[in-house]
Design a protein around this ligand. Structure first.
Ligand code: PRP
Length: 216
């Protein structure tokens, strides 16, 4: 079977609600931050479905032995927030994946060329190939940043088919680049928007996520 990029937009009222709050230009920074945290929680919850490995066992209830399923503690799970804005989704992701290791990756786009450059890389030299990696970045616009992140991860042994990207707004240029380079990768987004403007902003989008999260 040919693999292809999977993009899920979970039809959940909580995701729609917090996206509406985040999109609204009148939302103050403190509430915007909460909205992004909530989106991180619910999108990570959706992403964990059929991705987080489990093991079957038997537990003894106070009354009888009973088949049970635990999260498999042997399989490594990692969250990779793309700084700065990806930090906004991290807290919510950690409520769903409390045992995950967190490896920070700092990327910033040049405002004119829109090319990303890396100013912080806390990735390990090598990942266990079984590692489940969840990348957080609210915006996939031209795709330069997420492609850089994917290149850094795959050259360290990360399997794209075991990788989930959690974002808030995804735009076609980024999805096209991911699709061409990483079939088998899965993206969870609150919405897919139509366009990216000349300044590299997704339209209608939600503005500059990093600036709105940190009030800058
Ligand atoms: C924004 C955003 C993404 C990236 C998306 O980050 O948070 O990381 O741009 O754009 P792209 O798909 O065109 O690469 P930015 O570089 O503004 O840094 P910040 O998170 O520190 O605000």
């Amino acid at each position: 079977m040919t693999q292809q990029l999977l993009v899920y937009v979970p039809p959940h009222p909580l995701i729609k609600h917090w996206l509406a709050v985040a999109r609204d230009a009148a939302t103050p920074s403190v509430l915007f931050r909460s909205a992004i945290t909530e989106l991180g929680r619910w999108l990570s919850y959706e992403a964990a479905r059929e991705w987080l490995p489990t093991q079957n066992t038997v537990v003894n209830t106070p009354l009888a032995p009973c088949a049970a399923t635990f999260i498999d503690p042997q399989v490594p799970v990692a969250v990779v927030p793309i700084l700065r804005a990806g930090l906004g989704l991290l807290e919510g992701a950690q409520t769903v994946l409390p045992l995950a290791k967190v490896y920070h990756l700092g990327l910033v786009r040049n405002e004119e060329t829109l090319e990303p450059s890396c100013y912080l890389n806390k990735l390990p030299e090598k990942f266990d190939p079984e590692t489940r990696v969840l990348i957080t970045d609210p915006m996939l616009a031209t795709g330069g940043s997420i492609m850089t992140a994917m290149a850094e991860l795959t050259q360290r042994g990360v399997d794209p088919t075991l990788t989930r990207i959690v974002c808030v707004v995804a735009a076609p240029p980024a999805l096209q680049k991911l699709s061409a380079a990483y079939p088998g990768l899965t993206v969870y987004s609150a919405i897919i928007d139509e366009t990216v403007n000349d300044q590299g902003f997704i339209v209608p989008g939600l503005g500059d996520a990093g600036d709105r999260i940190f009030g800058t």
